[in-house]
Ligand binder design. Structure first.
Ligand code: NA7
Length: 534
């Protein structure tokens, strides 16, 4: 049965972005409806239930900071929160803010079309519902469109086959099984040590070795938790102006590695490695811009792999050689490399012997056939654009977003794209998003969007739309900043290289959270410079 309803704003997605988006807009008195495909809140944390899934940004940073009640009312158990705890936290926030009454689950948005006469968005869902709203906020996530590889025979596999990003809710018991894990990005690196403890045999199929720093996870000390709660609001405020939007996870060392001697450089690397987590990336301010410095960081990380892995051949295979350090998403692990010392774990190098097929009971490479009972696909996502382009979004003159972005995702500030009035994108390409603490970047986009929609109401304007010239200039700026780093060199999901046919385009903004925020705030203060209001 077709139903229809009209709102001021429709929010698509109930992850961190959607939850705060709904709350923030509702607080300003807008009529808001949130639509979510899953049966509950959580976004990526709803789906990613694989063994070992946790946030690799420290929980002190990876939490909402917009309302002190949330901070004071919640206690985290670990330095890095496990998936189940983050999901419970998001349900706690949803209930605390009484958001559920405006959320609609089990509903997938299939299309969103801008009606130029009515100046509003018309959404159609898979349940046959039509939803009209003056504004549409896409809180669809940067890493939510899970991607299975195109391996011949995959569908014929007779055992359990699970993508890490679509993990069964009642778990998977690998006890006594022969398990294959395909993929060694963050999800593979988190799950492999845990699956190795459960499975009879684990074979890891690696295409690209990744750089990974130790997490040194541990239970949170109650005294630290209390200290964090006392100063959180000020600390978070200060973090908004840093490069990555964090204050607890790591402190940037604003020193060039070229200005210190070898001994001091190695000491800084060692200190940060021993501390654990992403802080290693911030050892020096030119680690991602200077090739020599980057090579030294890479060599330091490779030496740690050789320290840990007993078999020198396996150790060499686990040492990344084909991309600069941190030019692919840096991983943070617990016992990843040591797992390859276990007698029940084997590593297959897919560069030397690629997979040719999957049969009902095995994975076959050019060199051998591996009989397995289960396959884990840790093969990643159609990152940053996948979830948006899965919706048939049409702006002015019926032009599709997929058509407009056919050569790459062009946006103004990563918030809007010309030709699609009143369409707001949360942490889209062209903003710091995945290169920052996602939660502070999400909060910034939600607050900017809320202020913008409020401004339109106060000034009697119905639409806001990015100007093509401003968009072009912003895209050029994003590209220029990226080219100052070594990041575009890698075949990473940052450039869409993991998706066959996806245009190569460096998507996130490398200019830093603080300077990005200043720019976005200035644009708003100037009456939304670079946007047309009508
Ligand atoms: P990633 O980081 O995209 O990792 C996917 C892994 O799967 C990576 O090692 C890929 O190798 C590998 N892969 C992908 N397709 C294939 C095929 N066809 N054959 C073999 N191996 C393949 O995804 P994750 O889920 O681990 O992490 C995503 C983000 O979530 C992470 O960065 C955090 O931000 C949280 P490749 O490197 O492409 O050679």
């Amino acid at each position: 049965m077709e139903r229809s309803s009209t709102y001021d704003v429709v929010v698509v997605g109930a992850g961190f972005s959607g939850i705060y988006g709904l709350h923030s807009l509702r607080e300003r008195g807008f009529r808001v409806r949130l639509i979510e495909a899953a049966s509950g809140v959580g976004g990526t944390w709803y789906w990613n239930r694989y063994p070992g899934a946790r946030c690799d940004v420290e929980t002190t940073d990876y939490q909402f900071g917009f309302d002190e009640r949330i901070v004071q009312g919640w206690t985290w158990s670990q330095r890095y929160a496990p998936q189940a705890e983050i999901l419970t936290y998001l349900n706690y926030v949803t209930d605390l803010l009484d958001l559920r009454r405006d959320m609609q689950f089990d509903t997938r948005v299939e299309s969103a079309t801008f009606d130029e006469d009515a100046t509003r968005w018309e959404l159609v869902t898979d349940t046959g519902e039509r939803i009209a709203a003056q504004h549409c906020v896409m809180a669809t996530g940067s890493l939510s469109a899970a991607r299975a590889p195109d391996i011949p025979g995959l569908a014929s596999f007779a055992g359990g086959c699970h993508h890490t990003g679509r993990w069964p809710h009642d778990g998977v018991d690998f006890a006594g099984q022969r398990v294959a894990v395909i993929g060694t990005g963050s999800s593979g690196i988190q799950s492999i040590p845990v699956i190795a403890q459960q499975a009879r045999e684990l074979t890891v199929f690696q295409r690209t070795a990744n750089f990974s720093v130790p997490a040194h996870d541990r239970p949170r000390d109650p005294a630290d938790e209390a200290r964090m709660k006392r100063t959180f609001m000020q600390d978070r405020e200060a973090a908004k102006w840093t490069t990555q939007g964090v204050f607890a996870s790591w402190v940037a060392n604003d020193v060039s590695a070229l200005d210190v001697d070898d001994h001091a450089r190695q000491a800084e690397f060692s200190r940060r490695w021993a501390h654990g987590g992403f802080g290693f990336f911030e050892s020096f301010n030119d680690l991602i811009t200077d090739r020599d410095v980057n090579d030294q960081a890479a060599e330091f990380a490779r030496a740690r792999v050789r320290d840990v892995v007993d078999d020198p051949t396996v150790a060499e295979l686990l040492c990344p050689q084909d991309h600069p350090f941190a030019s692919k998403r840096l991983c943070v692990d617990t016992d990843y490399h040591a797992t390859f010392n276990r007698p029940n774990v084997a590593l297959v190098d897919l560069r030397a012997t690629p997979i040719v097929a999957i049969t009902p009971h095995s994975v076959r490479t050019t060199a051998a056939e591996f009989a397995v009972d289960s396959i884990v696909l840790a093969t990643g996502y159609d990152a940053m654009t996948g979830a948006l382009l899965a919706i048939d979004i049409r702006g002015r003159n019926g032009v599709g977003l997929a058509e407009k972005w056919s050569a790459g995702p062009v946006t103004y500030l990563g918030i809007q794209t010309a030709g699609f009035p009143n369409l707001f994108l949360i942490t889209a390409p062209g903003s710091p998003s995945v290169l920052s603490n996602m939660i502070s970047s999400i909060e910034q986009h939600v607050e900017w969007t809320t202020d913008c929609i409020t401004y339109l109401r106060q000034h009697g304007q119905r639409t806001i739309e990015a100007e093509s010239d401003a968009e072009r200039a912003w895209v050029a700026h994003v590209d220029e900043r990226a080219s100052e780093t070594l990041m575009p060199e890698a075949d990473s999901w940052y450039v869409g290289a993991n998706i066959p046919g996806k245009p190569r385009f460096f998507m996130p903004y490398t200019g830093g959270v603080g300077s990005y925020r200043r720019r976005a705030e200035q644009i708003a203060a100037d009456g939304y410079a670079g946007f047309v209001l009508a």
